[in-house]
Design a protein around this ligand. Structure first.
Ligand code: PEP
Ligand code: MG
Length: 572
């Protein structure tokens, strides 16, 4: 029996192959002398020039391979290196007598530690990008070649300290069976990269490079986070069978790469995509999404010193619409606050940020930022008829009316300027607070559509912070209070004759599929990788069977009983 190592399940799939360990280059610069201020500044500038050149090449290679997200990480590195504060710190370190290597180490280390100490998990992840930048700059200055991973033998399992964006550029993807790294978590950038590469990956195994000698046969399960060293014959056969099953399952999903979705008895259901980052529109188009039920515009505001101008937002909206031509695209206005921050907006930290200044509340209190976005939406919608507008975290009619008034003002302003606006722009709201859910009948009279945000609706209904690991086991869509609200929102929408979509993670939860169908949901919006599996699940249910499951689920009164019942149904 081989030794088993356990780590974070970061990218699903089974990989069998031979370990190729990748050790980081030696970045020791203790013997590098200080050659004088001018000489060190010149060396630094030359390294910066090379870094930018190579980053550009990598971004191009990655852009073709992986789409926008990975390129975004490289762009962020480039922006960091061009950041005046970092450049200033570098210059000062050299003026104080540091060689270029020591200056890079000191300045980048300082910025990395600053980011690592931040509360916001998104910004904390930037620390890994700065560390990658530090290592790449040091390697350039010391003349150390970056590891060449462009030509690998078939069935290679890469074992490394950390998977970095720069490493994935030009990676010989066809020959990689799996990835194993000493660092990284499920929501980190390395995991995002591995998933974008569609390579099974297990991250966060400390000491993996010491435990796994080069050339060791490995069996990797990226879905459970296990790595088996020297699997014996029986284990090899077991992994091989699981690999074949996984490949067949993936191939089986291909049949659902088509626009229509319906239940087993032929009821058409729309499956749309949630767009949370630039690469998602492409991924949504590849999965033949019938449109995008949620475009989280806040990602345009991250990683930058100043908020995006009207023109930039207008272009981003048009671009996303062009990737889903002729289809619906719901632009949700800036939903900042809560667990989402953007340094360019200078948000004040709050004790109860989820109950505080977030979503539509923040926007109504910052009309300049809000108006810029509304103008961009109106301009884009004048040219792209599929666009819709949606406001987040609406609690009641006052907020909806205030937001619509601002929209009307922006419309008049643009008309006065002679800029085209759409004749009719459907305006909907997220239903994601109990207040909105319980007054859905009233809101439905003034909203053109609803989109149910279960991620927030669950946390506010159950009073369970969606990001707090200590209460994570209490956070469930299977609580009868949540299920009743979902049922009632859908029936309020139906009574008012307005469309209702569900764009929270619950839309992709296989346990809920029959219940949502039974409650009358006809539009599901999920992240792009969930589109094909959802279509496959929808095709399993007839409406009568779904109603039967819903009746039985709602007869139970404890969340755990409901969850257990739905899981039994799923296995049957
Ligand atoms: C939700 O709350 O369900 C939702 C889709 O919005 P977000 O996750 O962006 O808060
Ligand atoms: Mg929400």
């Amino acid at each position: 029996m081989g030794i088993e190592l356990r780590g974070t399940a970061a990218s699903p799939g089974i990989g069998l192959g031979t370990a190729r360990t990748v050790r980081m280059p030696d970045l020791d610069f203790s013997a590098v002398p200080f050659r004088g201020e001018t000489a060190e500044q010149t060396r630094l500038e030359e390294a910066v020039r090379l870094f930018l050149l190579r980053t550009e090449d990598m971004a191009q290679a990655l852009g073709e391979e992986l789409g926008g997200e990975a390129v975004g990480i490289l762009t962020a590195q480039r922006m960091m290196l061009e950041d005046p504060a970092l450049r200033d710190a570098l210059r000062r370190a050299i003026q104080e007598g540091a060689c270029a290597e020591a200056a890079v180490d000191r300045a980048c280390g300082l910025f990395r530690d600053r980011f690592a100490g931040l509360e916001d998990p998104y910004l904390r992840q930037r620390a890994a990008d700065i560390e990658d930048l530090r290592r790449r700059m040091l390697a350039l200055l010391l003349g150390q070649e970056e590891t060449d991973l462009t030509a690998l033998p078939p069935d290679t399992v890469l074992v490394l300290h950390e998977l970095t964006p720069s490493m994935t550029a030009g990676l010989d993807r066809d020959h990689i069976a799996a990835l194993v790294a000493e660092t990284g978590g499920a929501a980190g950038h390395a995991a995002i990269l591995a998933r974008a590469l569609e390579v099974p990956a297990v991250l966060g195994i400390p000491g993996a490079l010491d435990h796994i000698p080069d050339g060791t046969p490995l069996a990797v399960d990226g879905g459970s986070g296990t790595v088996l060293l020297d699997p014996d014959g029986r284990q090899q056969a077991d992994f091989q069978a699981r690999r074949e099953h996984w490949m067949a399952d993936r191939a089986g999903l291909e049949a659902y790469r088509r626009e229509e979705s319906h239940t087993a008895d032929g009821r058409p259901i729309a499956v749309l995509a949630n767009l949370s980052r630039p690469a998602d529109a492409e991924a949504a188009a590849r999965a033949c999404a019938q449109g995008a039920g949620l475009f989280r515009t806040e990602f345009l505001f991250l990683d930058r010193a100043v908020p995006p101008a009207e023109e930039e937002q207008y272009r981003a909206f048009c671009q996303a619409a062009d990737q889903l031509p002729g289809r619906k695209l719901v632009l949700r206005t800036l939903d900042i606050g809560g667990d989402k921050s953007a340094s360019c907006l200078g948000l004040e930290p709050e004790a109860d940020s989820f109950l505080g200044h977030r979503g539509i509340r923040w926007c109504l209190d910052h009309p300049d930022v809000f108006r810029t976005q509304l103008r961009a939406v109106l301009r884009a919608a004048a040219e792209r008829p599929g666009l819709r507008l949606m406001f987040p975290l609406v609690d009641g009619l006052e907020e909806l009316r205030a937001a619509k008034d601002l929209l009307a003002e922006c419309r008049t302003e643009l008309e006065t300027e002679g800029i085209p606006v759409p004749r009719d722009l459907p305006v909907g709201i997220m239903v994601e607070t109990p207040a909105a859910a319980l007054t859905a009948d009233q809101l439905a009279r003034e909203a053109d559509f609803f989109s149910i945000g279960t991620n927030d609706l669950i946390q506010y209904t159950l009073a369970v912070d969606r990001g707090n690991a200590r209460v994570a086991k209490l956070y469930t869509p299977c609580h009868p209070a949540v299920l009743r609200l979902l049922r009632d929102i859908l029936s309020a929408g139906r009574a008012a004759g307005i469309p209702v979509c569900l764009c929270g993670e619950a839309a992709a939860d296989p346990r809920l599929t029959p219940l949502l169908l039974a409650f009358g949901l006809e539009e599901f919006s999920v992240s792009p990788p969930s589109i094909l599996p959802l279509r496959r699940r929808l095709a399993v249910w007839t409406m009568e069977e779904a109603r039967q499951v819903a009746r039985e689920a709602l007869e139970r009164s404890a969340a755990q009983e409901i969850a257990a019942y739905l899981e039994r149904v799923l296995r049957a």
